[in-house]
Design a protein. Structure first.
Length: 325
């Protein structure tokens, strides 16, 4: 009798639970339309080996973080520029003022040392250092400099910030010390489909390829592929040796194939550098892309105009010295 009563109670309880419900809205899931193996995705990344040099006409817009905890930053006016890149890490970037086309800044690297030449007279300077060096204390000092502070994010840009974004590093598949693995991530994000309601969201599936070097404590990079569209890299995350996310790079608005073997180019690249306190949006002009052009060594060196004379500050981050004007 007791067992029968317990059974009746259990049946009644389950029935009550089943009946007491209500309809709720959930974020819709976009079913994946693309499938791939790890080898196929790695091969897609390694298509970038076919690109040895790039010349790009671009439009750039910087944003800086001034008070991270309070969510305050500053957005700068759009500027136009020309970007030259050559593997493994040579670069020349010219930033020009809109309309007037006068130079604002130039950055160059021969692969080992970088130069950053800032033009406006109010904070004119030539800053030099090693590509792979960390200048934490020196950068903090420059950030507090009353003159260079006016230059905003310009004092924080480095060659690898651009080579990481535009010349993706191939994954050495034959290296026994490199481990690569694949996982799925499901992410809730804004619904950007045509006709989507304002502020609506969707859940999307991504393939994430992670490359790790044996003996290191952090991944080198993670590559995200959107499974609801063509399998193109939509995000690249770059880490330092301590596992810090030093770059979050997003790729959007891919251009049509160029009719030649090799990767496709995103026309919009958003580079977020959280430890450098800036974000840069780069819009690539579709008619301003040149691939694998021979570039002379002189293309990766900047020289200050002799007419500047004593108006130019020369700052060497390696020696921590500033030459007198």
């Amino acid at each position: 009798m007791k067992r029968f009563a317990i059974l009746l109670f259990a049946v009644g309880l389950s029935g009550a639970v089943a009946c007491v419900s209500r309809r709720v809205d959930v974020v819709p899931f976009l079913a994946p339309t693309e499938n791939a193996t790890l080898d196929q995705l790695v091969a897609h990344i390694n298509e970038w080996r076919k690109i040895d040099s790039l010349v790009l006409r671009v439009d750039l817009q910087f944003e800086t973080v001034e008070k991270a905890e309070e969510g305050e930053g500053r957005q700068y006016r759009m500027a136009q520029g020309r970007l030259l890149l050559q593997r493994p890490n040579r670069i020349r970037l010219t930033i020009e003022a809109p309309i007037l086309s006068t130079n604002i800044a130039e950055m160059a690297s021969d692969g080992e040392r970088f130069q950053l030449l800032i033009y406006p007279l109010a904070y004119r300077a030539l800053i030099e250092g090693q590509n792979d060096a960390s200048y934490g204390e020196e950068v903090k000092r420059l950030d507090q400099d009353p003159e260079l502070k006016k230059a905003g994010p310009l004092v924080n840009i480095r060659p690898q910030h651009f080579t990481d974004a535009f010349l993706l590093s191939p994954i050495p598949v034959d290296d026994p010390y490199t481990v690569v693995f694949l996982q799925e991530e499901r992410v809730i994000e804004a619904d950007r489909r045509p006709g989507a309601k304002k502020n609506s969201q969707v859940k999307k599936s991504y393939y994430v390829v992670t490359a790790v070097r044996l003996g290191e404590n952090a991944p080198r990079a993670r590559y995200w592929f959107d499974r609801t569209s063509e399998l193109l890299v939509k995000r690249q995350q770059v880490y330092d040796a301590d596992g810090r996310l030093v770059a979050n790079i997003e790729y959007a608005d891919y251009l049509p194939p160029r009719g030649e073997d090799g990767p496709r180019f995103a026309s919009r690249v958003r580079i977020e550098r959280p430890y450098d306190n800036y974000t840069l949006v780069v819009n690539v002009r579709p008619d301003g892309i040149t691939v694998n052009r021979d570039l002379p060594d002189t293309a990766f060196v900047v020289t200050a105009p002799a007419a500047w004379g004593d108006s130019l500050r020369r700052i060497d981050l390696e020696t921590r010295n500033e030459a007198p004007r």
